[in-house]
Design a protein around this ligand. Structure first.
Ligand code: PGA
Length: 251
């Protein structure tokens, strides 16, 4: 049985004081045993947020890191730095990183490998644009993204990776993929995992859906066979996040 997970991606939102205020409102409501809850926050806020969440089951993650060990990479953060700061999760290859910062599948692979090397859990993102979907190449494209992202990753390591399927046309737009559309691609991702590794391994990997998940649609999406939870942007910044995490209690 794969444990469900809800990861909030704050993106470039919330100063330290805003973060702490928000967590005061929400933390006790989402302190959940049955599901892994993570906030991927701006790096500068990590330490303060960890203190705030110390006696809860909520984890703190980062939104990006560099694939090299250290060196002349102005503005970047290494896996080793995150590890020492006791960060467990790191988002890798989010579509905004791909779109605005030139990250391609090879870079996403290097980052995923580097995260694993340092004992971090990568949340590695894939997904198609609207144009790709209209061209009918979604499945083909996502299959390639997954294959390249997992290049040179062993069977033992891949079960530590979390994959997130995020159709770009659904991110921040309020347009959610239907549960059938999301399940179709997540199922295909699991099929790719079976092809590269084997069924037993594939069954262990968690696959999240992301793209306009909210308190109303979480239950239907997360109930699909191959969707193990969500990567949530906008709704993770609001009290509504409570309904996403506690989706089973919703209608
Ligand atoms: P959204 O963002 O929930 O605001 O669509 C999801 C994401 O970018 O991970």
């Amino acid at each position: 049985m794969r444990k469900k997970m809800v990861a909030g991606n704050w993106k470039m939102n919330n100063t330290i004081s805003e973060s702490l205020q928000y967590l005061d409102v929400i933390k006790d409501k989402i302190n959940n045993n049955d599901i892994d809850v993570v906030f991927c926050v701006p790096s500068l806020n990590i330490m303060k947020i960890q203190d705030k969440l110390e006696n809860t089951k909520i984890s703190v993650g980062c939104q990006n890191m560099h694939f090299e060990e250290s060196g002349a990479f102005t503005g970047e953060i290494s896996a080793k730095m995150l590890k020492e700061a006791k960060v467990q999760y790191v988002i890798v290859g989010h579509s905004e990183r791909r779109q605005y910062f030139g990250e391609n599948d090879e870079i996403v692979n290097k980052k995923t490998v580097q995260a694993l090397k340092h004992g971090l859990t990568p949340i590695t993102c894939v997904g198609e644009t609207l144009e790709n979907r209209e061209q009918g190449i979604t499945i083909e494209l996502v299959r390639t993204q997954v294959k390249v992202a997992l290049n040179n990753i062993s069977k033992d390591d891949v079960v530590k990776v979390i994959l997130a399927y995020e159709p770009i046309w659904a991110i921040g737009t309020g347009v959610t993929a239907t549960s059938a559309q999301a399940e179709e691609v997540c199922k295909e991702i699991r099929k790719v995992l079976t092809e590269i590794y084997d069924k037993e391994t594939s069954d262990k990997v968690r696959i999240l859906y992301g793209g306009s998940v909210n308190g109303k649609n979480a239950k239907e999406l997360f109930s699909m066979e191959n969707i193990d939870g969500g990567l949530v942007g906008g709704a993770s910044l609001k009290p509504e996040f409570e309904q996403v995490v506690n989706y089973l209690e919703g209608k």
